[in-house]
Design a protein around this ligand. Structure first.
Ligand code: KIV
Ligand code: ZN
Length: 513
């Protein structure tokens, strides 16, 4: 048994049969060239008789791409086999892939052929292909729903007429792993001759990869698959998953390997996604953008200490760069500090603790925390943390087009609550008035500027104010997804500086803890 699994890529044939995908010749060529760089063994370039475009793309790939076998798909009709050969004859290593259904339902309703006619047709077409090239593959379409003995008869005929690869398609994704593996193993026992046995699985029940891998364990030495798992209906087995499963579990797969340069996987996935218009789901195995991203604090800590705690593959081995620590509401202090350190921000002690608290508050409101958000939070803490006297505990606002805007603010100073309510021209004005009366610092707002940190409806508002009190001018800064809250924070930050600078005593609290 050979120790390398042949990776037969059908992105450009079965993959292109996905609803809504239509690639032009240039796009197919670009993908084929990348597949060659990726190191697949066989590229199924197209189904030349299907359309003039398919013919031209297959021919262009056969003429330009060197390295992999270039395969064309063909029905058994003599004209189809001729057309297939015409398209691939200039390939360095050409292969004709002939298919003919062997299940009762396909023979009866689609082919309208008797089992005897199917045998004759298979023999004739394989022999015709063999006259063109020594490399001939045969597929009994809908193999997993075919009568086993009849299918083996047809497979034996194909081998006897020169087929060197026997592919067992689970055309409608009907098989389950144990059953599919057993079917393949039994074919190997019953059908004699020198051939490679191949798996071709569809994902209608979400088992295309599992079925393909079960087939490998049962002796398949070729797997037909497509980048990102694209293909008819629910798709084909995903190439990247097959390759990485074999590569990651040599203990289970008996030391088998593939010739794929795995570092090219992510790039290939992106190219296929871009040209087909099929997005890659975030949590897609191996190539999804979250495949190596960690959000929960416990996982982040584990990965920061030792990557293998929560990763079974090295992201750089599949071209995904480094593990990502994604800051979100589940993240912990380690990940927060580590991210800041990677951004070149050194922050320690109380400022770090306060920044972490602010980050957690923000993460509860904002789906994605960007570097710019972190910078804004830290800038606020570094600017205000040293002079924090009053802390904002809560802010309750009422506004709109009816009635006078009002605000109730609860501040704490050394653990003591200071609460006040006020009305104003607008909600920002009301919030500042409330802070004035809670602190007793009647600072005048003389300048106000608001900037949006990044875009989107949940962007952070970054507010910088200038305030004046007893002839002294100070600036204050505040950030929040709510611009009124950001303004209140900025104003409070300025008030805190004034209190520090002027040594203003705490106002008698209106309510106690
Ligand atoms: O799914 C299928 O049966 C096929 C064959 C043409 C191999 O794609
Ligand atoms: Zn298929």
């Amino acid at each position: 048994m050979a120790d390398q699994v042949i990776i037969f890529d059908t992105t450009l044939r079965d993959g292109e049969q996905s609803p809504g995908i239509s690639l032009d010749v240039g796009e197919k060529l670009e993908i084929a060239e990348q597949l060659a760089r990726l190191g697949v063994d066989v590229i199924e370039a197209g189904f030349p008789v299907a359309s003039q475009g398919d013919f031209e793309a297959t021919q262009a790939i056969a003429r330009a791409v060197r390295g992999p076998v270039i395969c064309g798909l063909s029905r058994t009709a003599a004209a189809d086999v001729d057309r297939c050969w015409e398209a691939i004859q200039d390939a360095e290593h050409p292969r004709i892939h002939v298919f003919l259904a062997t299940s009762e339902t396909h023979m009866k309703h689609k082919l309208r052929m008797t089992p005897e006619q199917v045998k004759v047709e298979a023999a004739r077409a394989v022999a015709q292909a063999k006259a063109y090239t020594p490399d001939v593959e045969f597929s009994p379409e809908d193999a997993s729903r075919s009568d086993f003995d009849f299918m083996c008869e047809v497979l034996q005929i194909a081998v006897d007429n020169g087929a060197t690869t026997l592919n067992i398609p689970d055309t409608v994704g009907f098989a389950v792993p144990e059953e599919y593996a057993a079917r393949l193993a039994k074919v190997r026992e019953v059908v004699t001759g020198d051939y490679v046995i191949s798996a071709h699985c569809h994902d209608d029940l979400g088992m295309a990869v599992a079925n393909s891998l079960a087939a490998v364990a049962a002796g398949a030495r070729q797997v037909e698959c497509a980048v990102n798992g694209i293909g008819e209906r629910a798709g084909n087995a995903a190439l990247e998953e097959i390759v990485m499963a074999i590569g990651t579990r040599p203990d289970f797969f008996d030391g088998l390997t593939t010739g794929v340069r795995t570092e090219e996987l992510a790039k290939t996935s992106r190219l296929v996604s871009r040209l087909t218009g099929y997005p890659v789901q975030y949590n897609k195995a191996v190539v999804g953008r979250n495949a190596f991203a960690h959000e929960a604090g416990i996982h982040q800590h584990g990965v920061l200490v030792e990557r293998s705690t929560y990763e079974i593959m090295d992201p750089s081995a599949v071209g995904q760069g480094e593990s990502q620590i994604v800051l979100g509401k589940h993240s912990g202090r380690h990940a927060f500090a580590d991210t800041l350190a990677k951004m070149g921000i050194t922050i320690q002690g109380d400022a770090l603790n306060q920044a972490f608290v602010r980050f957690k508050e923000l993460a509860d409101r904002k789906v994605q925390i960007t570097d710019a958000d972190l910078e804004a939070i830290v800038a606020e803490e570094l600017g205000g943390g040293a002079t924090r006297v009053y802390e904002l505990a809560s802010l309750d606002l009422h506004g709109g087009t009816v009635g006078e805007p009002s605000a109730t603010v609860v501040l704490t100073r050394e653990g003591v609550k200071h609460e006040a309510a006020a009305r104003g021209d607008g909600m920002i004005d009301a919030a500042c008035q409330a802070i004035r009366s809670a602190t007793g610092v009647d600072a005048t707002l003389i300048d106000f500027a608001v900037n949006s940190v990044t875009g989107g409806v949940d962007a952070l508002g970054d507010v910088v104010v200038q305030a004046e009190y007893r002839g002294r001018k100070v600036t204050g800064r505040g950030v929040s997804t709510d611009v009124v809250e950001a303004s209140a924070r900025a104003y409070l930050n300025a008030v805190n500086k004034l209190v520090r600078l002027d040594g203003v005593e705490a106002k008698t609290p209106e309510s106690t803890p």
